[in-house]
Design a protein around this ligand. Structure first.
Ligand code: KMT
Ligand code: NI
Length: 173
């Protein structure tokens, strides 16, 4: 797992878009992310138990894995959104990028994930996901309750969402 400021230059979203400015884990933690780079499955189970993640499934994000909904899904993943639950992903194979808004809301932080990385995004954080040029990731998705986790695409409405408001309060503190 590595993170950097996204360069915001037009072009293929799957390219690294690395501005050259790296971002520390400490900064990620201040944004409410719980990055767990390079951990084994037994540690994932420990965290799942501690944090009471009751449900899980596996997603294969690739042309083969998603079939007819591939284009549509990838477009959805890369549309800036938030959730009212945590987004928890343990990378089993392949790689990709989670982009999260920095504290100024002006820039994207790109978090590169690879096998054995666990990433937990807090409710209310604006984010998006893209495959990298490898075009493949297999991830374990963990859920607190039902896998009902809905993306709310960013709008004036989501800016007022209580989970968004709560998130902003928490990171300010
Ligand atoms: C999501 O919600 O953005 C995803 O599940 C993307 C693939 S998991 C690395
Ligand atoms: Ni999401």
């Amino acid at each position: 797992m590595k993170a950097w400021i996204y360069d915001d230059i037009e072009g293929d979203q799957r390219e690294p878009h690395n501005s050259g400015e790296s971002v520390s884990f400490e900064t990620l933690e201040k944004l409410g992310l719980l990055p767990h780079p390079n951990i084994e499955m037994d540690k994932v189970e420990e965290i799942a138990k501690e944090r009471v993640y009751r449900n899980r499934d596996e997603i294969n994000v690739s042309r083969e894995g998603l079939g007819a909904v591939y284009e549509q899904k990838l477009k959805g993943f890369f549309t800036e959104h938030l959730h009212e639950d945590e987004e928890i992903r343990y990378i089993k194979d392949g790689s990709g990028y989670f982009d999260v808004r920095d504290s100024t809301d002006a820039r994207w932080i790109r978090v590169a994930v690879e096998p054995k990385d666990l990433i937990i995004l807090p409710p209310g954080i604006y984010h998006r996901f893209t495959l990298d040029t490898g075009d493949y990731v297999k991830a374990l998705r963990l859920f607190k309750d039902e896998p009902k986790w809905v993306p709310h695409d960013r709008s004036a409405e989501t800016d007022k969402n209580p989970f968004r408001q709560e998130y902003l309060q928490a990171v300010k503190a």
